[in-house]
Design a protein around this ligand. Structure first.
Ligand SMILES: [Zn+2]
Ligand SMILES: [Zn+2]
Length: 809
């Protein structure tokens, strides 16, 4: 391949692929089974494609090309998740409109993506910030609203008092405003939610998905289902009650105090004068902490006394009420009971605040002593100090006490989820406007509860206005665009005000895989026929950091659209694979560490095929690997050697049997390695083949097999070599080579083993088994071992495929 540089070869084939429309998927073809090969679409940031993109997209494309050659009608689309905060932040800083930066970045990224040489069907590209796309994001919102799955309620936002603006979680760094460094506080605002909690039980049911086990477990934990009991504790000297949620009802007789979330509505009425100051201070501090930080289970439970009391409903004891930041208002009832004898963190809390520690379970060994040390805290055992439940195993008592509490009427068995409804409101400009208006008149007349009037479908999209001031002034920038905000009510024709919040970008990415199948459809979000033919996605490849949010939201959307009758399946992604991470000197690449490897210079120097092949060679696809500049040279040398082997016209000097054996063994290894996403061992198998045989040369049939094997990894090189072999365009229309066991089995040979010239054994070995291995096995043959025992081997002999022998002193 001396006359063309790798870059020239790439350009040549990228052009030809484009001109001939090789990767345009015929959605209606029934000739081959469909295969929807999806990669998580990129965010068009100002930064160039980084090594992680190349790794993700290159590997996904290797898989897609392999499936294509296996006979599938593969659809491999790409698009841009184009709304979001960074473009808006950039606008605040520089004044450049987010639309301008976003579309410029997209244009640039399209070129970079082409450089990878992936078989994207560019005709199906989508950009989520295009009105043609977000019109249907808004339509889906309306469908959710009609179904009662989109609702509005007060919820806290991160608020910077100095900048007078809401901040996204990403803009809060250690509790401080990213822009000005002021302490961030919380502020309640009316916001929109999707009722994802309603689907918690169905989302939990993920066993049948062909997904990484770890991801399925992460989703289960995120949803966080727990069975328990809501128990009512009467407030001392009051007719009020506080409901506590507990998963450990069996410990109720040992509950000696209660802790409320600082936001609990009864805190102020429970707090007495003496504790008021300290309680207020504690509440203020808790406001600055994220829920995640507050509920971390490895942190000490802290709290302060309110001065109020309630009554343990089973012991009738008066117990003190605290507030503690580890209790979240959004989980359970915002109140928990403290059982110091049977919870380690409660024990520490009780000791600190000098609270009674009442043991209600002895150990299985019968220990009933006081729990005066942390190590003595037991979480199960035999019930004691628990009335009629004494002597019962705590595991049994859990159920029995729960039922008794419910029967006695001071509690109710219930199921709780950690999963919360999805807050989709963003006080941001660069997103899809939420398609509702607020009408005072309709609210008064009772035509629209809370005055919320959805924008009729025919008036979609609600376009984002272009002329906007990005300087933060307290509300979404849209709020200050008069032309946008002031509108007429579609119901009564009176004056109305538009919603100024936009939707979370995770809404855009929760359904894009449906749109790819009919990206230009203007009379519907998606084409039912195409969906029927092409969904669900057969393979979804992307980062494991999306295990919870994106991958739960996309499943939720699919379930809702299924229930509303738009889809006839309710899981979007049949199979999921997470790519690993590429590190540099074992550390994660990051700008701040200054260890970022830029793909561009290596692509320029070695070409795209060498670069992507090297990335695939670094380790199993799902594990990733460590980047080294040296390593890439090895792959470059291999591709050169491989090309020479294919182009070399030497007649095959090797024994034909050996070539066949090697070829079929290589087909087997490459195929099986790809199937398990061990692209590294597939490449290693081709390297070994090339090393083994390069000096002998191979016949035409073998050349054609090898070019097909390398094609998913080095698509440009393979296409070029295929042409040079005089074959018809394109190698990607060729079938994937099949191996034949017949050649693998026949390759076994018998090798006589001699000790000091005398035949002592015969071993069977693969024709290509290495010297070291054969000698090792020969040595361990019982009859050989016998003659070697006590002697010193002075010489080892191996005549490949013919003889093994040892000479002793
Ligand atoms: Zn600020
Ligand atoms: Zn109205």
């Amino acid at each position: 391949m001396s006359e063309l540089s790798p870059r020239e070869i790439e350009k040549k084939w990228q052009k030809k692929w484009k001109e001939t429309g090789l990767y345009k998927t015929d959605f209606n073809s029934a000739a081959r089974p469909k295969y929807y090969n999806l990669v998580m679409f990129p965010y068009p940031s100002a930064a160039k494609l980084h090594i992680g993109h190349w790794y993700n997209f290159g590997g996904a494309d290797t898989w897609g090309r392999y499936m294509r050659m296996k006979g599938y009608n593969v659809f491999e689309p790409i698009g841009f998740d184009a709304f979001g905060l960074p473009a808006e932040n950039y606008a605040v800083k520089t004044g450049v409109h987010p639309q301008e930066t976003t579309y410029k970045n997209i244009e640039y990224m399209r070129e970079q993506l082409s450089a990878i040489g992936a078989m994207y069907d560019w005709d199906k590209e989508i950009v989520t910030s295009d009105p043609e796309y977000y019109k249907w994001t808004q339509w889906i919102f309306l469908k959710f609203f009609e179904a009662g799955l989109a609702y509005r309620k007060m919820a806290p936002v991160n608020w910077c008092p100095k900048c007078q603006t809401c901040l996204a979680n990403e803009q809060v760094k250690d509790g401080k405003c990213e822009r000005c460094g002021s302490e961030v506080t919380k502020k309640d605002m009316e916001q929109w939610f999707f009722n994802v909690k309603k689907y918690a039980e169905r989302l939990l049911n993920n066993e049948n998905l062909d997904w990484p086990e770890k991801t399925k477990i992460m989703q289960k934990n995120w949803i966080g289902r727990s069975e328990g009991v809501n128990i009512d504790f009467p407030v001392f000297n009051s007719n009020k009650k506080i409901t506590v949620f507990t998963s450990y009802p069996e410990t109720i007789f040992g509950a000696t105090y209660m802790v409320l979330a600082p936001e609990h509505p009864l805190v102020s009425s429970l707090t007495d004068e003496k504790h008021k100051k300290i309680v207020e201070k504690y509440i203020e501090k808790a406001r600055h902490q994220t829920d995640i930080k507050r509920s971390a289970t490895d942190k000490e439970k802290t709290g302060v006394m309110t001065g109020g009391y309630c009554i343990n409903p089973v012991t009738k004891e008066k117990i003190p009420v605290f507030i503690g930041d580890y209790v979240l208002m959004s989980y359970g009832t915002g109140a928990v009971m403290g059982v110091p004898a049977h919870d380690a963190r409660d024990w520490l809390f009780a000791v600190k605040h000098k609270l009674p520690i009442v043991r209600v379970m002895k150990t299985y060994e019968g220990d009933t002593n006081e729990i005066d040390k942390l190590e003595k805290v037991n979480e199960e055992g035999i019930m004691m100090n628990s009335g009629q439940f004494n002597g019962m195993d705590s595991k049994e008592a859990k159920k029995k006490i729960a039922e008794w509490i419910e029967r006695e009427g001071f509690g109710k068995i219930t199921i709780n989820y950690k999963l919360r409804d999805w807050l989709i409101s963003r006080q941001r400009y660069w997103g899809a406007p939420i398609p509702v208006v607020y009408c005072k008149q309709c609210e008064k007349s009772g035509n629209a509860p809370d005055g919320i009037v959805p924008v009729p479908e025919k008036d979609l999209p609600v376009l984002l206005p272009k002329n906007v001031d990005f300087i933060p002034r307290g509300k979404s920038p849209l709020h200050y665009v008069k032309d946008f905000i002031e509108t007429t009510c579609p119901k009564c024709g009176g004056p109305a005000e538009r919603e100024s919040d936009t939707m979370d970008t995770f809404v855009d990415s929760s359904w894009y895989f449906l749109r790819y199948l009919s990206p230009k459809k203007n009379d519907g979000a998606f084409d039912k026929e195409m969906i029927k033919k092409w969904m669900p996605v057969d393979m979804y490849i992307g980062g494991s950091e999306h295990a919870c949010m994106h991958l739960i939201y996309a499943r939720f959307f699919t379930m809702v659209l299924h229930d509303l009758g738009y889809l006839d399946f309710d899981e979007p992604f049949k199979r999921l694979v997470h790519q690993g991470t590429i590190t540099k000197d074992s550390a994660k690449m990051s700008k701040s560490k200054g260890n970022v490897v830029s793909p561009d210079e290596f692509v320029e120097k070695y070409g795209s095929d060498v670069f992507r092949m090297y990335l695939m060679f670094m380790g199993p696809f799902t594990a990733g690997g460590d980047w080294s500049d040296k390593g890439i040279n090895g792959v470059a040398r291999f591709i050169k050697k491989f090309s020479e082997l294919i182009e070399n016209n030497n007649k095959n000097k090797l024994d034909h049997q050996k070539t066949l054996n090697l070829i079929h063994k290589t087909i087997k290894r490459v195929t099986e390695s790809i199937e398990t996403f061990q692209f590294n061992t597939a490449i290693a198998a081709m390297m070994e083949f090339t090393n083994e045989i390069s000096s002998d040369g191979i016949d035409m049939e073998s050349k054609k097999i090898m070019v097909r094997l390398i094609a998913p990894f080095a698509p440009h090189t393979a296409e070029e070599l295929w042409e040079r072999l005089g074959q018809k365009y394109s190698v990607f229309d060729e079938e994937w080579p099949k191996f034949d066991d017949k050649y693998l089995a026949s390759a076994e040979i018998e090798i006589p083993v001699q000790v000091n010239g005398k035949l002592r054994a015969v071993i069977r070995a693969a024709a290509d088994e290495g010297k070291e291995k054969i000698l090792e096995r020969a040595k361990n043959e019982p009859n050989v071992k016998k003659y070697l025992e006590g002697a010193k081997i002075v010489k080892e002999i191996y005549v490949p495929g013919k003889l093994a022998g040892f000479v002793t002193d």
